[in-house]
Design a protein around this ligand. Sequence first.
Ligand SMILES: [Fe+2]
Ligand SMILES: [Fe+2]
Length: 352
Amino acid sequence: MTAILVVDDSDVERAIYVHILETLHLPGITTPVAFAESTKALAWSESNDFDLAIVDYNMPEINGLEVISALRVNPAHRETPIVMVTSATEHDVRYRALELGANDFVTKPIDRIEFIARVQNMLALSRSYRKLADRAASLSDEVARATAGIIRRERETVFRLTRAAEFRDNETGAHILRMGLFCAEIAVELGMSQDECDMMLMAAPMHDVGKVATPDAILLKPGQLSPEEWVIMRQHTLQGYEILKESESSLLQLAADIALSHHERFDGSGYPNGLVGEAIPLAGRICAVSDVFDALTSKRPYKDAWSIDQAVATVLAGSAKHFDPAVITAFRSALPRIVELKIRNADLPVAM
Ligand SMILES: [Fe+2]
Ligand SMILES: [Fe+2]
């Protein structure tokens, strides 16, 4: 249910318009809302919707032209049909009204039949605008729903891929989870956007996905690896990259970068490419810090868990050598939250 707005300072003419409109019994249209003063009409239009405005030109204070331009400024009334009432001689006024956004005119004194025809045409126009707007809104809802579905399925695929890799590794599922959480906290401190932080949260758990290709004898070996075995072990970076690269998904592209670069070192002594400094993707530099911190504070078959203090000291000492100093600064700022996440998502009680 919407309304027809009538603005005319003449009591007689206003009463005539209202009377004609009321006798039309227009479907879906409530009683016309009529104002003698344009200021009051404009104030009403701020918070009310209507299907058609009938505006007299010749009014004291704010004339009809000014009413039209004020209505058109409001996005809610940009498309609402406006009919202006003028005298037959006011050609310049009509041209100006057209420029300002009037849709049609009626001439004083009002011809009842003509007035009704114009009103009905304008209401038909208004209905078309509304249908178009509703269609656009429902299309954009559909697109938003479909996009959300795609994102949900992409996240599920990623989660399952990561779980597949976990089965092969002696690192726990909690490590994979913590990698995402720590990296997202560091990303926040680096001033990355909410979207970028969310991407780090989802992509970092895939850092070791390449280990699905590492032979059991090496991956599950309880003792130290020989130099030859290390060569094979290091391949998990390249293999992870091979699995994830060339995806259209920006999440998998980021995961591919991380898989390839999470063992690079800031000073160039890392693998597989010996990249130096900012030539290492930022995501890889963030993962390097999170991965080492979490490995040090976790129990592994070949070592006990270090205390948080010991691990933090070791990570900080690696600044500018193993790690990017800017990422280390962010890690320090995020440390209270990282320690909390470590405790909340621990495999075993955390040594403090
Ligand atoms: Fe790795
Ligand atoms: Fe890891």
